[in-house]
Design a protein around this ligand. Sequence first.
Ligand SMILES: Nc1ncnc2c1ncn2[C@@H]1O[C@H](COP(=O)(O)OP(=O)(O)OP(=O)(O)O)[C@@H](O)[C@H]1O
Ligand SMILES: [Mg+2]
Length: 463
Amino acid sequence: MAGEHVLTVDDDPAIRELVSDVLTSAGMVVKQAGNCAEARQKVQAGFRGVMVLDVRLPDGLGPDLMVDLAKIAPDNPVILLTSYTSTTLALESIQHGAFDFIDKTRLVERLVDTVRGAWQAYRAAVVGNASLPSAFDTMITRSAAMRTLFRSLEHALDSKVPVLVRGESGTGKELIARAVHAGGPRRDGPFVAVNCAGIPDQLLEAELFGYEKGAFTGAANRKLGRFDLARGGTLLLDEIGEMDPSLQAKLLRVLQEGEYQRLGGVETLKADVRLVSATNRNLEDEVKRGRFREDLYYRLAVFTVDLPPLRERHGDIRLLSEHFLRKSAAEEGKSVRDVGPMALEVLESFSFPGNVRQLENVIAHAVVSAPGRSVRIADFPASFRRAVQLERGDKGTPIGAPARVSGPPQSSPWDVAADQPFPTLAQVERQMVHAAIARADGNKAEAARLLGISRMTLYRKLG
Ligand SMILES: Nc1ncnc2c1ncn2[C@@H]1O[C@H](COP(=O)(O)OP(=O)(O)OP(=O)(O)O)[C@@H](O)[C@H]1O
Ligand SMILES: [Mg+2]
């Protein structure tokens, strides 16, 4: 399983190598950059994880780079490497969100622990849970159901047992299949997907098993099948429920015997793939109705994963919106920073029949349309606004109208009864921090958002 991801940015190749060696020996995955431009490029290209920055770089200062990169990857924690001349600068950077700094004279002793701490903070911010198996890093979620699912699936990663992923369209079935591949021993082999619904029945067989030259009219050359291409890796049979019964029988035979032949071929080939199948149909129902072979079903569904629809993991809407917003803004070079409160309210009230993919598309559209820094309801695609309206029914308030009228003025919740000791600001702050964490179900990034402070500041307040 891949470990912590780290980017070391230093113009001195000796320091880069040192950082890289020390961290790699601790099981981490380390990338290097020699200046600000290179670092920016790596983060733009998707680097997410801990960044270890030198304070003085040939084309700028580490702390400035930090502020700059935070626009692209706000959750990447930054550790600054300082020498005695730059300690003040480093202390200042902590105020501006750096995770920590390390004096270069103590680099080797402090590096691993500091990076581990930063990684934990990163994981907590991105997924809301520090101890998630990292094979599922690509999946943004804070849903308890999803985390339970990851944990149970983790047990299946190292084996070759077939996995069946069920879930509505757009729930992340393919992403899970890729995680199963990336988290297991076949991760260096190929990942090959075939969509059983997208290919006509007769062609699907040739697509899966390949054919030899002259197997049928038009077969001018040998063609490798997906079983060939996925050898040593993972084969995703997507929309398996759509497979036609005669091909189901052939696939079953291959799975039973572990062997196959190309069409028109005589050579027996070993089916050396890990199978993951995905379906948005209820396969058990299909089995009962006689549309899907029961014996094949049991072969494919040795380990079954049920992905909950987005509407059942409510907290994920905000988290995913922020994720997709950052991604689109970086791709489009736009300075959109967040989803405005009203727009978020609309997103969170919607049922998302198209699940995560639909949310991703809505946000991508909004980022392109948004003239300002916050996404507004008007920036959503018209079709989406209509869908929201329809779902709310005619009784619904038009979207964008204030949700409720404020009631009579209330006494401030902060009034302190005369006979009570007056709390210090520090006490109030501590209480509010803990209240926010409780409200956010332990999700620190969410708690920081509620408090209107940066996550790094929250961590400092927690000591
Ligand atoms: N938890 C998640 N975190 C981040 N991105 C996600 C998550 N779930 C899904 N996505 C993204 O949403 C999109 C749809 O996911 P994916 O293709 O895996 O879904 P699917 O269930 O295979 O959909 P379909 O049934 O339509 O084939 C992809 O762009 C994927 O990267
Ligand atoms: Mg899919």
